[in-house]
Unconditional design. Structure first.
Length: 669
C-alpha cells in the first residue's frame, strides 16, 4: 500500500495509519457502544471519512455527548411517528434537552395522552426496522425542494442564524452552502422514508435507541419561543441507553413529583398561591411562617456574629435611582411597569411639582449605596457589611413563574460589602466560606461553583475593571478547592459573579448563593471614603445573596427534605399522643415542660383512635412523637417514637425533654 493511500490519525492519544477514506464506524468497529466520533473536538457521524492528521475519540452512548445524540435521534423518530399518525403535521424544531428531548409541531388538534401512547408504539416499530440515519449536504435550492411542504423549515432556511441557534441543519460558520438533511433510510430498499433539515450528528441506526424511551407530556409552545409567533404543540420525551437507566430516571421523576414543594406546601399547610393575588405572589400560612422565621432568625444571628449591620429600605422609589444604577437601561424588562404620579399644578395652570415615575424595587443595591453615601466614610469603617431581608419585585413572565422557586415578589437576604482594593480578596474569601458554612447548616453540603463572566453585549464599565474583578473571583473560587465551571456571558451588567450550585437529596442542582464583585456601581454613585493618606478613593462593592430569596430557598428545602424538615426548622417539633383520654392531663404536663424549654409542641386530643393519631403524626412529618399510657404515667416516663417508625420506650420525662432540646439546639435531627 502506498503512502498516498494512507493518512495518519491520532486515535485517543495513539498515532495510527489508516486507509484514506476510513470512517469512524470502521475505526471503532469492535466498540459497539461508540455512537459518534469526536474529530478535532467536533462531533461527527460515524459514517463520515476522517481527515488527515485529525485527533479522534470515540463517544460512547452513555457519555454526556452520546446521550445528547441518542436523544436527538429519538426526537427524529418521534417526529417521523407523528407524521405517520397525523400526515398534515408540520415540523418545528426538535433538540435534545437535559434528560430528554422535545419536538414542536403545527397540528390541528392538541395531542392527547392516548396519542402519546399510540406514538410510542409507532416509534418502537420504527426502532425495530433498524433504519439508518444518513447525512447529506445539499444546496439551499435542494433543501427548499426537500422541505417544500414544511413552512417552518423554509423559514429557518431564510434565517440561518435562528436555524443555527435551534440546531437545525445550517452551519453559518462555514458558509451558506453548508446545509445538511438527515434521511431515515429503510435498510431493505435503501429508500429514504422520512427526512428533516438537521445539523446532526445522529446515531448510525434506530436500533441503537432500543426500547429505553418514553414520551412524557405535551404542551403548547410558541414558534422559536416568540409569543408573537404561531402557537405549536410540543411533545416531550426521554431516552436512555438501557431499560434499567430509563426505569431509574422514571423513579427519580416520580420521587421528584412526590417532593414537589407546591404539593407538599398544600398537604402540610405551609403556603399557597391565591389567584386573587396574581401569579408568582405566595402567602405563607402559620406553619410555613414558623419555618420561615426559624430560617431567618438563624441567618440573622449568624450575620451578626460575622460583623454585618442591618439596614431597611423602602419597597418603592423614584425612577431616577434606577437611571443612575443602570437598571432602567439594562433590566427594565424585568421590572414592574412604572407608577406615574401626575404633576401638581398651580391655580394658574403652571407646574408646581413635576410628574414622577415610581418603581417597585427589583434590587436592594442602589438603596444600600445611598446609605453608604449618606455621610463621609473613613477607611477605618471598612469593610462595611450592610445586610437586609429586603422585599424586591420582578416582573417574571407568566410562563416561567413556578411555585416558590420563581416568583414575582420575594425577600432577598441581601448583603453589600464595601471594602478597599487591598481588602477585596480576603473579604471575598471570607464571604464564600461564610456562605458555604451557612448553607451546610441548613442541610446542603454538596457544592460546585460557577463563574459568570462579562456579557459583551450587556455591560457597563471599563474592560480593565472587568478583567481584574473576574481574575480575583476566579482566584478565590479556585482556592476553595471546589470544582469551578465557567459560565461565559452570564454576569449581570455591572460585574462578574461566583454562584454556589448545590445538589439536593435527589442529586438535582440548584443555584443558591451568589457573590458579585463590582467596580462599576461605586463609580456611578460616586461613592468615596477617605484613605489613610487623606486621599478620596472609591470602595470596591461586593454583592452577596445567600438564600437567593427566602421563598426560593424554602421551596428548595421543602423538596430536599421531602417536607420532613429537621427538628429545628419543623413547624411542630413534638406531638404528644396519650394512649387514652385518661392520660391527657399527664401528656399536657409533659408538653408544657417542652414549651417552657422553647420547643414547639402540642397534644393530639382529637376524637381519632390511637392508631389514627400515630398515622396523622407520620403524615404531618412530625420529628418526635411522645406516647404515654398507664405504665409511662406511673414511671414518670414517655415512649419516644421517631420518623422512621422506631420507638424507645420508658424514657424519663426529664431525659426526653433534654434529648429534644439538644437535638433542636444542635440541629442534629
Amino acid at each position: 500500500m502506498s503512502d498516498a493511500q494512507q493518512i495518519t490519525l491520532i486515535v485517543e492519544g495513539e498515532e495510527m495509519k489508516v486507509t484514506t477514506g476510513t470512517t469512524g464506524a470502521e475505526l471503532f468497529f469492535e466498540r459497539r457502544d461508540v455512537v459518534v466520533a469526536r474529530v478535532d473536538g467536533e462531533l461527527k457521524d460515524l459514517d463520515q471519512p476522517l481527515p488527515e492528521g485529525a485527533e479522534i475519540e470515540g463517544v460512547t452512548i452513555d457519555s454526556p455527548d452520546g446521550l445528547n445524540v441518542l436523544r436527538h435521534s429519538t426526537a427524529h423518530v418521534m417526529a417521523q411517528a407523528v407524521q405517520q399518525l397525523r400526515p398534515d403535521a408540520k415540523l418545528g424544531i426538535g433538540p435534545y434537552i437535559t434528560d430528554g428531548f422535545y419536538f414542536d409541531f403545527d397540528v390541528a388538534e392538541p395531542f392527547t395522552p392516548e396519542d402519546l401512547r399510540q406514538l410510542e408504539k409507532m416509534m418502537l416499530k420504527i426502532v425495530n426496522q433498524n433504519q439508518k440515519f444518513v447525512r447529506r449536504v445539499v444546496s439551499e435550492d435542494e433543501a427548499r425542494e426537500a422541505m417544500k411542504n414544511e413552512p417552518y423549515k423554509l423559514e429557518l432556511l431564510g434565517k440561518k442564524n435562528d436555524a443555527a441557534e435551534a440546531g437545525e441543519g445550517v452551519n453559518v460558520e462555514v458558509g451558506a452552502g453548508d446545509i445538511t438533511i438527515y434521511d431515515n433510510v429503510d435498510r431493505k430498499s435503501g429508500d429514504s422514508v422520512w427526512c428533516d433539515l438537521c445539523r446532526g450528528p445522529h446515531l448510525p441506526n434506530t436500533k441503537l435507541i432500543s426500547n429505553a424511551f418514553a414520551l412524557t407530556r405535551s404542551s403548547a409552545a410558541y414558534w422559536l419561543g416568540n409569543q408573537n409567533n404561531q402557537q405549536l404543540q410540543r411533545i416531550y420525551g426521554t431516552a436512555w441507553p438501557t431499560k434499567d437507566a430509563l426505569k431509574a430516571y422514571q423513579e427519580r421523576i416520580a420521587e421528584a413529583e412526590r417532593r414537589d414543594h407546591r404539593k407538599l406546601g398544600a398537604e402540610l399547610d405551609l403556603f399557597s398561591f391565591p389567584d386573587e393575588l396574581g401569579s408568582g405572589l405566595p402567602v405563607f400560612h402559620p406553619k410555613g411562617g414558623i419555618i420561615r422565621k426559624a430560617m431567618e432568625d438563624y441567618s440573622r444571628q449568624r450575620h451578626v456574629d460575622a460583623g454585618y449591620e442591618f439596614v431597611y429600605t423602602p419597597h418603592i422609589t423614584k425612577g431616577h435611582l434606577y437611571e443612575v444604577s443602570g437598571h432602567l437601561d439594562w433590566y427594565k424588562e424585568g421590572m414592574f411597569p412604572a407608577m406615574h404620579i401626575d404633576a401638581e399644578l398651580n391655580d394658574d395652570g403652571t407646574v408646581r411639582k413635576p410628574g414622577q415615575d415610581y418603581y417597585l424595587k427589583p434590587m436592594n443595591c442602589p438603596m444600600h449605596n445611598l446609605i453608604f453615601r449618606s455621610r463621609g466614610r473613613s477607611y477605618r469603617e471598612l469593610p462595611l457589611r450592610l445586610f437586609e431581608f429586603g422585599s424586591v419585585y420582578r416582573y417574571e413572565k407568566s410562563g416561567v413563574v413556578h411555585g416558590l422557586t420563581r416568583v414575582r415578589g420575594m425577600t432577598q437576604d441581601d448583603a453589600h460589602i464595601y471594602c478597599t482594593r487591598e481588602q477585596m480578596k480576603d473579604e471575598l474569601t471570607g464571604t464564600l466560606n461564610f456562605v458555604l458554612g451557612l448553607l451546610k447548616d441548613y442541610g446542603l453540603d454538596d457544592f460546585y461553583l460557577e463563574l459568570s463572566t462579562k456579557n459583551e453585549d450587556k455591560f457597563v464599565g471599563e474592560d480593565s475593571a472587568w478583567e481584574e474583578a473576574t481574575r480575583t473571583l476566579a482566584e478565590v473560587a479556585e482556592a476553595s478547592g471546589l470544582e469551578l465551571i465557567p459560565d461565559p456571558g452570564g454576569a449581570a451588567f455591572y460585574g462578574p459573579k461566583i454562584s454556589v450550585q448545590a445538589k439536593d437529596a435527589l442529586g438535582r442542582t440548584w443555584q443558591m448563593s451568589t457573590i458579585q464583585l463590582d467596580f462599576n456601581l461605586p463609580e456611578r454613585f460616586e461613592l468615596e471614603f477617605q484613605a489613610a493618606d487623606g486621599t478620596r478613593q472609591r470602595p470596591v462593592m461586593i454583592h452577596r445573596a445567600l438564600f437567593g430569596s427566602v421563598e426560593r430557598f424554602m421551596g428548595v428545602l421543602t423538596e430536599h427534605y421531602a417536607g420532613a424538615f429537621p427538628a429545628w426548622l419543623a413547624p411542630v417539633q413534638v406531638v404528644g399522643i396519650p394512649v387514652a383520654e385518661t392520660f391527657n392531663d399527664y401528656m399536657f404536663d409533659v408538653v408544657d415542660q417542652l414549651k417552657a424549654a422553647g420547643i414547639r409542641a402540642e397534644v393530639d386530643i382529637s376524637s381519632d383512635r390511637f392508631p389514627k393519631k400515630i398515622r396523622t403524626a407520620s403524615k404531618d412529618k412530625i420529628p418526635f412523637v411522645l406516647i404515654a399510657g398507664g405504665e409511662d404515667a406511673e414511671a414518670g416516663a414517655v415512649s419516644f417514637r421517631f420518623r422512621d417508625g422506631s420507638q424507645d420506650n420508658g424514657v424519663p420525662v426529664a431525659e426526653a425533654v433534654q434529648r429534644i432540646v439538644d437535638a433542636v439546639r444542635n440541629r442534629t435531627s
